[in-house]
Design a protein around this ligand. Structure first.
Ligand code: 3HC
Length: 305
């Protein structure tokens, strides 16, 4: 319930910090460096994780170059703008820091607490949490007014939406900066309330959870996907779960069950499936055609329960 933020209050972003170097975080780094063309620094728990993230970014820049989307000079410039480190003190001059670490409030509070010790008092902090309370994540900060929710969607390069989440503490500078950064990334920032699952995951969790229940009730997975197709969405529910990752999807389910136990169902089988390396079989076009043998076993035990 706020009006449009005043763009004039937005902070100029000259260096971006990314906490986490997993697939999601590495996709952000690539997007930030391509669209803002400012230095982007990326960190994680250890050097191996950081190196993996940086290698992914370099390889994606190489692919864009091969496709003719980037010329050699620009590709080299972008590579040079990305820097991986395990030394948090290198974040000191970042004016926009976003985290994409494990979806656990305590972990997010901890990483922001560490970063807050080194960054400027007015640097903006953003969390990519997909369903946790942004206010709670910021509750341990010395300056919670600088924290904003900034939730991307998979695949980051192509999905046009960013859910921008304001807490009761978020100040106008943080909110305005979030909207301007989203626009400069070529995305549509949409303001959402700081409520579990915000808007999109609240809806998707329902779709994914009910799709799983349809299977447990005996409808084969490929038939669920087929039944969904005429609705005109780009992917069936199981293809979508596979895209975002079963662990992430299971985690979102849990958050929604905790928040709204009267509207969402606990789904233990989802967690069992998420433990497998591969859950679904796909055809050449990427459409889900069945479960893997290991997944089929779990699902069979769930049918009728
Ligand atoms: N990474 C980067 N780029 C990708 C990509 C990926 N994984 N998958 C596709 N693309 C790019 C392609 O390179 C192509 O780009 P180009 O037009 O510039 O060449 C473009 O996307 C379109 O790709 P395709 O033509 O191959 O494929 P489709 O037309 O089938 O589109 C899709 C692919 C955009 C992924 C589409 O299927 C889609 O929109 N799916 C739904 C995705 C969705 O709903 N995401 C939200 C998930 S929820 C979430 O992330 C929240 C989290 O908190 C859980």
């Amino acid at each position: 319930p706020v009006g449009a933020p005043d763009k004039a209050l937005a902070k100029k972003v000259t260096k971006v910090g990314i906490i986490g170097a997993g697939l999601m975080a590495s996709q952000f780094a690539l997007l930030f460096v391509r669209k803002l063309q400012v230095p982007v620094i990326i960190t994680d728990l250890d050097q191996a994780r950081v190196d993996k993230g940086v290698a992914y970014i370099h390889s994606e820049i190489g692919k864009l170059q091969e496709k003719g989307r980037l010329d050699g000079d620009t590709a080299n410039k972008l590579r040079a703008l990305v820097h991986g480190t395990t030394d948090k003190s290198e974040f000191a001059d970042c004016d926009f820091v976003i985290e994409a670490v494990f979806e656990e409030v305590g972990v997010k509070q901890q990483v922001f607490g560490d970063i807050e010790k080194v960054i400027a008092e007015d640097a903006i902090l953003a969390t990519n949490t997909s369903s946790l309370s942004v206010e709670e994540i910021g509750s341990k900060l010395a300056h919670p007014e600088r924290l904003v929710g900034f939730h991307f969607f998979n695949p980051v390069a192509v999905m046009p939406l960013i859910e921008i989440v304001k807490t009761p503490q978020t100040n106008d500078a943080a909110l305005s900066t979030a909207f301007v950064v989203a626009k400069n990334l070529g995305k549509n920032g949409v303001l959402t309330a700081d409520a579990p699952g915000f808007v999109v995951n609240r809806l998707l969790a329902k779709v994914m959870g009910e799709a799983a229940r349809a299977v447990y009730e005996g409808t084969p997975i490929d038939k669920v996907e087929k039944a969904f197709a005429p609705l005109g969405l780009p992917m069936g529910p199981f293809q979508l779960i596979d895209l975002v990752g079963w662990k992430v999807a299971a985690h979102v389910q849990d958050t929604m069950v905790r928040a709204f136990p009267d509207r969402f169902y606990a789904n233990d089988n989802f967690h069992k499936l998420a433990e497998l390396d591969t859950v679904v079989e796909k055809d050449k076009g990427g459409r889900v055609v069945g479960f893997t043998k290991a997944a089929e076993k779990i699902v069979k035990s769930a049918v009728g329960n």
